[in-house]
Design a protein around this ligand. Sequence first.
Ligand code: XIL
Length: 385
Amino acid sequence: MKPKRILSAVIAFAISVTALTSCGSTSHPDLYAYDEDAPSLYEAFSQWFKVGTAMNTSDLVEGSEEMEILIKQYNVFTLENESKPDAMHPSEDVYNFDALDKLVEFANEYDKTVRGHVLVWHSQCPDWFFYDDDGNTVSADVLVERMKEHITTIVSHYKGEVDVWDVVNETLGDNGGLRDSMWYQIIGDYDGDGDKYDYIEIAFTTAHEADPDARLIINDYNLEWSEDRTITMYMMVKSMLEEGIPIDGIGLQMHIDIDFDVETCKNNVEILMKLKEIDPDFVIEITELDLSCFSWSDQSTEVELTDEFVEMFDSLYSDIFEMFIEFSEAGYLDSVVMWGYNDGSTWLNSYPVSGRTNHPLLIDEDYKLKSAYWSLIDLAQAKSS
Ligand code: XIL
């Protein structure tokens, strides 16, 4: 990071602390995320964990507000879509490295960390992996070879440059148990040892061979509230670690909403962290955090941001980051990545209800710092004093 930027961030943090002590915790200056005087989210939490965001290479325009925000506020980056299998390896002989190359170059220049998302997934994965030229499903041998080639080529290309890989994403079904994906169906119990998650084992082993220093993550959703999914994940990873499969951690996506329960999440993380008995360095990472303003079953497209609602939303964000601090202090966690950096471009404006206006992040659609952002700065300040 450039010394000038460090200095301005330190000054900004001091300003926010002064504002806090002189005006009370609810009064904060009206600032944009790229303002010189704005604090830095990642610096505020640096004693506990890195703070990152998903982004797109279109954000990396020198001198733009978008790029200034990324540089100032976050120190871990992942591409929202451009490094998924359909983007990076659309057909057998075509690899597109340009987008991730661009992110790596940016990260090297500004001393940031890169998460590679994602090598193996059932979604946003082209059909050519699973079918031959006649449209028939390929054999397990063919799919294993294709997967190995895919992983080896990509991970080797970024050896020493991409620090963390989501090796496999969403291996569990909605209600626990293994997802019935094409990977699972075709590769199945490849080594004949009785379990059917061999595609996961082969993926991790292959990624580790290509870059032994990269942190390798198995990433999934709803682990923060579903005990069934948590236990399935725990059992599966435990058995793989006991077999010596090189998995370094579990990614909790954390696409959560206003019904989020901190205590349930803590319980589930305690279950997962029993894996430290096998590998003391085993971690969790928060990989895709956003906090929807709508309950899951709510189909509406607008939410009224009353003072009461905003207060509830901000204090929930603060409780969540306080929980992350606890996880960090217990040695569980060193990275929290948000799924986007402003409400204007969040995927939650079109998922799971299209045409929605959601407000799940810390910076609004005009790039102004939201009160939720300030509640986190206040938290970091209170916890570090
Ligand atoms: C989402 C992107 O944000 C969207 O732009 C895209 O249309 C679909 O995928 N879990 C993941 C992410 O692991 O890759 C997904 O990203 C969100 C859910």
